[in-house]
Design a protein around this ligand. Structure first.
Ligand SMILES: *Cc1c(COP(=O)(O)O)cnc(C)c1O
Length: 358
């Protein structure tokens, strides 16, 4: 008799579950979270609004007020609509599902955000990843050759890129937008930490979609992301969205916090200053390379990344070891920028770890 697990698609059985490191008791500098809680006044207001919300009813399936708030808060140009997702991960999945015709493919760069590949494959799209150059800039000739060869239904580019932290040259992105027969999704998950954005390009390029999330801004726990772009395209994608994908609580929290955005703006300004301070402190350590970052994390290269990772963990600090993530990331660690005292702890522990390695 066949095993019940044989009912599961072979490619699914061959997969590994998405790994989330156990951070119990550790200082969590591994997941690009904002380290600051919301201020007390805003939390009190949230408490009141959440107490009044109706949990016996299904959530608003098309929250027009929240969309309008997001559009003005983010500066989405007139003429573009929004598709809201339970995190931007869900939006990547919707795009991949919608485009998964036989033979269709998703193109991205390597190293990039791993969900591009994972969701392409789980939705039945072929995945192609074009390696970045050693300094993590875009290899435009290789991208254009891959576009020509694979005719991708969609290209995903995160800017700033995760896990490298850099932006790609805008003129290279323009060339790609003009050369590709398909869609280009620019993933701006780290938009709070950079002054660059492609939202302003939406009216000019009908094949461009810009994706953002509230996660890195400071609301990773509520799961809210959006895709901005041409209404006709979003209307098609919206047919694959589950009807009640944003909970009542998510909608209440997002509306309350975005109506009083000053608190998050101050936190972001502090994190941007801390990014500079942390980079300047780390660059002074022996045998370390600190890559420039426009995001809320720093990518660094050290002589023995697994050892530095372990020593930091012994000091109660969890970061991300990327040593085996990609050949271009040999020796690399990704460190989320934390609160000032957290960054001090990281600097002290990494100083010890690298002195020890000396
Ligand atoms: C963190 C991250 C996301 C995930 O965002 P969610 O809205 O939390 O699902 C998307 N893209 C990139 C590049 C990220 O680093």
């Amino acid at each position: 008799m066949a095993k019940l697990s044989d009912l599961i698609r072979p490619d699914v059985r061959a997969r590994h579950a998405y790994q989330v490191a156990d951070a119990t008791g550790l200082l969590k500098l591994d997941a690009m979270e904002n380290p600051f809680p919301l201020p007390a006044g805003l939390r009190a207001e949230l408490g009141a609004n959440l107490a009044d919300a109706l949990y016996n009813r299904y959530p608003d399936a098309d929250p027009k007020g929240l969309k309008a708030l997001l559009k003005s808060f983010m500066g989405v140009p007139d003429g573009s609509d929004l598709l809201l997702g339970n995190g931007s991960d869900e939006i990547i999945q919707i795009v991949a599902q919608a485009l998964a015709q036989p033979g269709a493919s998703l193109l991205s760069v390597e190293p990039a955000f791993v969900m591009f590949r994972l969701l392409a494959e789980s939705c039945g799209l072929q995945y192609h990843g074009v390696p970045l150059q050693a300094d993590f800039s875009l290899d435009l000739p290789a991208m254009l050759a891959a576009i020509e060869r694979t005719q991708p239904a969609v290209i995903f580019l995160a800017m700033p890129n995760n896990p490298t932290g850099n932006l790609f040259a805008a003129e290279a992105v323009r060339t790609i937008l003009q050369a590709t027969p398909g869609l280009v999704v620019v993933d701006e998950a780290y938009y709070p930490f950079t002054d660059s954005s492609y939202l302003g390009w939406l009216p000019e390029y009908p094949n461009l979609l810009v994706m953002r999330t509230l996660s890195k801004l400071g609301l990773a726990g509520i799961r809210l992301g959006f895709l901005a772009g041409a209404p006709a395209l979003l209307t098609e994608l919206d047919k694959l969205r589950l009807p009640y994908n944003l909970s009542v609580a998510t909608q209440v929290i997002a509306s309350t916090v975005l109506s009083a955005p000053e608190a998050l703006r101050q936190q972001v300004a502090l994190l941007r200053a801390e990014r500079t301070r942390l980079a300047e402190a780390l660059v002074r350590l022996p045998a370390i390379q600190v890559f420039p970052s426009e995001a809320n994390f720093l990518l660094v290269r050290v002589p023995d990344a697994p050892r530095a990772f372990d020593l930091l963990k012994q000091h109660g600090i969890l970061i991300k070891n990327l040593n085996h993530a990609h050949t271009l990331l040999r020796g690399c660690l990704r460190i989320t920028v934390g609160a000032p005292d957290e960054n001090d702890r990281l600097i002290a522990a990494l100083t010890l770890a690298l002195a020890d390695a000396g």
